[in-house]
Design a protein around this ligand. Sequence first.
Ligand code: HEM
Ligand code: HEM
Length: 314
Amino acid sequence: MNTDQHYRAFYITTVWTLGLLFLGSVVHATESSLACPDWPTCFGTMVPEMTGGVFWEHLHRLVAGGLVLIFMAATYMAWGPEAERPSVRKWAVAGIVLLLVQSVFGGLTVLMGLPDAVSTTHLALAFLSLALATGLTVVTSAGWSTGGGAGESLRGLRTLAVGGAGLTFVQSVLGAAVRHMDAGLVCPDVPRCLGQWIPPLQAGTVIVHFGHRVTGMLLLFTLLVLSVKAIRSLGPSATRTMAVAAGVTVMLQVLLGFLSVYMRLAVLPVSFHTLLAALILTFTVGVAVMTWAPGESTSSSAAPSESGAVASGS
Ligand code: HEM
Ligand code: HEM
């Protein structure tokens, strides 16, 4: 395990971001989004009474503030050790700027009374922040310098992982559109939609909801292929673990999506649905970034290594 302080700080940043995403989803699901009518204060104070919806909304804001501080601390710790990798420094600064923009968007969702486009953008920026934090964690990890390489097998994995990460992002933004257009129950039945495998695609809400289900299946297929390929071509390694985790998580995610409809958008399934989407993004970005690792060469005859190397004969 890498003992570098800044690696651990970026790792904590990634886990913190996952927690914050979950909390954001709870804010919406518990209808607490406008519990604090003002921003940046809540009822004119930074220490409101933490009851009812104010508890979730203000907690979300405090945890968001904590994330900005942790990201800044990680960047500060990385500054010296990463002097020879200016791109790491630049991405870390970009991450802080992104979080500040995101916080302003959080404020705008409140001040503008939750317009669909602003709320959906808030989710999109949250997922971009997560991808950036994940990328920084991977490139500062010990596995980065010892694994990877541009072997044939890793190039195949890269295409699947990059495609999977892109599709996860698109699917999540589509999910946020489903949520903010109140389209979560326009198909009240599962697995069919309005009693049919392909429903009449006239209303915009049905198109967005059905599109989310179809893209979900495409993502399921992509990540299962990614897992199988990783099992076949990689030795025991962090990269293989992340690829398999992406496959397992996407299966649970499809179940949770169906459960969200079946349970009429209950707080728990929809909040965990957002969390699993975020986890899938972390795993796919993690695998994708690892395939660019500059470490030892990974020709088809290379032995498995601890971080991401290729199994022999693959
Ligand atoms: C102080 C700054 C912030 C404020 C005031 C804020 C406010 C809010 C509000 C009011 C909601 C509910 C939106 C709705 O119902 O449409 C929300 C949801 C959410 N927030 Fe924040 N937020 C802030 C920072 C952040 C940050 C930094 C992140 C992540 C990096 C984040 C991630 C999320 C997510 C993922 C949701 C769920 C979005 C959805 O349901 O589509 N927020 N936030
Ligand atoms: C397979 C990959 C999937 C991913 C990555 C994914 C991701 C998401 C995300 C990120 C949201 C937005 C949550 C938020 O705004 O906080 C969402 C919403 C939603 N998803 Fe999925 N989803 C997937 C599959 C499915 C499937 C198969 C269904 C089946 C019906 C489904 C049903 C829903 C529903 C109903 C909502 C709206 C929840 C609400 O209105 O609160 N999802 N999804």
